[in-house]
Design a protein around this ligand. Sequence first.
Ligand code: ATP
Length: 578
Amino acid sequence: MKRDELAAGKAELRAARRQDRRLFWAVGLFSAFVNLLMLTGPLFMLQVYDRVLGARSVETLTALFLLVMFLFAAMGLLDHARARLAARIGARLQARLESRVFDAALRRNALAPNDSVSAAGLRDLDSINRCLSAPVFLALFDLPWVPIFLSAIFLFHPMLGLLSIGGGVFLIFATLLNQTLSARPLAEATGTQMRSDRLADQLRDEAELVQALGMRAAAFRRWQQARGRAVEASLGAADLGGSFSTFTRTFRLFLQSAILALGAWLVLQGQLTPGAMIAGSILMGRTLAPVEQAVAGWAVLARARDGWGRLALLLTATPPEQPRTPLPRPRAALEAQALTVVPPGAQVPTLRAVSFRVDPGQALGVIGPSGAGKSTLARAICGLWRPANGSLRLDGATLDQFDPDVLGHLVGYLPQRVGLFDGTIAENIARLAERPDPEMVVDAAKRAAAHQLILDLPEGYDTKVSQTGGRLSGGQIQRIGLARALYGNPVLLVLDEPNANLDNEGSQALNAAVRGMKAAGGAVLIMAHRPAAIAECDTLLVLDNGTRRAFGPREEVLKAMVQNAAELTRKPSPGGVA
Ligand SMILES: Nc1ncnc2c1ncn2[C@@H]1O[C@H](COP(=O)(O)OP(=O)(O)OP(=O)(O)O)[C@@H](O)[C@H]1O
C-alpha cells in the first residue's frame, strides 16, 4: 500500500481528529496532574519513615495523612475525568465520521461487492472508538513521564536510578519486540476473523438455498475451516500477547523487589534512608505501570491502528461527493452517444459505443442474449457505473451532474434480483424513508398495480418483510419492487427483467404501469428476455456481446430480426449439404 494512496483519506481522518484537539490537550493536562500526583504515595512513605517515625510525631502523621487523603482524592477525580474525556473523544470521532464512512462503504460496496475494506469500514471505526476509551490510550499519555520519574529515582541514589533505568529500558525493549512480533499474527487474526464472519453472513442470507440444495454439511465444513483458521490465528496472537503481558508484569514485580533489596543494602551501607528505600520501590512500580499497560493493551491499539489505515484507504478510494448545483426536474429524454462502460475493477468494456435515445412518453425495450450487456446498461442509467467513454445524458445533462440521491429519485430502478429490507411493506416502498408519506406509498402501489395484492396480505401495508421477502412469493416481491421503483414519481423507469417472476396477471399489471408512466410523460426502459415484457415498447435496442445490433421502432426491428433469422435458416450450410 503506497503512502500517497492513503494521503487524502489520512488527511480527512486527521481533520476529523483535529476537531477534538482541545479535548486531547485536556487529557494531556489532566494526565500531567495525575502523574504528578502519583508522587503522593512515594513522598508520603518518605515522610512517614524518615520524619514521622524518627520524630515520633502523631500530629505530623495526622497532618500528612489528611493531605495525602486530599491528594489521592484529587488524583482519583482527575484520573476519572481524563478517562471520561478520552471516551468522549472516541464517541465524538465516531459520530463525526460515521455518516462519511457509512456512505463510503456503501458506495464502494456497490462498485466492488465483497470488498474487505468496505466491509470492515464501520467495524474499524468502532475499534478506534474502543481503543480511545481503553486504558491503553491513557497509558500513552503516561509514557512520556516514564523517563522523568526514572530520573527522579536517581535523586534517591544513582544506583537505584541505574537499576530502574535498566529495568525500564528492558521493558520498553520488550514492548517494541512485542509490537514487531505480534504485528503479523494480529493482522492475520483480524483478517481471518473478518473472512469467517463474511462467510457466515453469506450462508445465513442464503439459508434457504443452502438447505434446499442439501449444502448444509458442506457449508458448515467450509465455515468451520474458515472459523478454525480465525481461531488458530487469534489464539496465536493472544498467546504471544499474553506471554509478553505476563512476562512484563512478572518482571516489573521482580524489579520492585530487586530495587527494594538494593535499597536495603544501601541502607545497611548507610547510603540511603529507609524512607527513600520504600519510596524508590513504589515510585519505580508506578513509573513502569504504563509500560506494562501498553504491552497488555497492545492488541487493542494495533487493531485501532490497522483500522485507521484501512479507513484511510476507504476514504481515499471513495472521496466525498462534491455538492452539485441543483438542476430543475428533467424531461424524460435520455440519450446515449457511443456509450462505453467498463465494470468497476474490470479491464474490458461490457458495453461498447452504444447509441440510442428515448423520448418522453416512450418505452424502449432492450433485448439480447445472456451476457449481452443489458444489466450493464441499466446500472449505467442509474448512475452506478460511470461511462468510460461516450456520454449518457438525461434532458441534456450528464448523469454525474445530478446529486446521486436526487438521481436515485429521478430514475426508478427495478433490479433483476429484488432485495427487500427488514421492515414493513410501506417502509420498503418508501425506500426506508424515516416518515413514509402514506399517500405516496399507496399511489406508487396503485401505479404498480400492487395495491390490492398488498391489501390481501394479513396486515396490508404494515406486513413485516425481511431481506428474502419472508412469506411473499417471487411475483409479489417483484411487484412491491416495482412500486418502490415508482415511489416519488421518477421521470425514468428502468426495469431489469421485470417479468421474470410474474404470472399473466402480473405481466398485465406491469404493462399497465408502463402505460401509466408513458401517459404521464415519463420514459421506461425494459431489459427483457421475454416478448411479453416488450408489449408496451415503442422502440427496441438489440444488444449482442456489448454492442448495438439494431435500434429503431419496435415493429421494424422485430421484422428485421425475423428476416435475418429466416435468411440464416435458409442459408445452405458451409459443407453444401441442404
Ligand atoms: N461486476 C462485473 N465485473 C466484470 N464483469 C461483469 C460484471 N458484471 C457483469 N459483467 C460481465 O458483463 C457482461 C454483460 O453482463 P450483463 O449482466 O450486463 O448482461 P445481461 O445482458 O444483463 O445478461 P442477463 O440477460 O443474463 O442478465 C457479461 O459478460 C458479464 O460477465
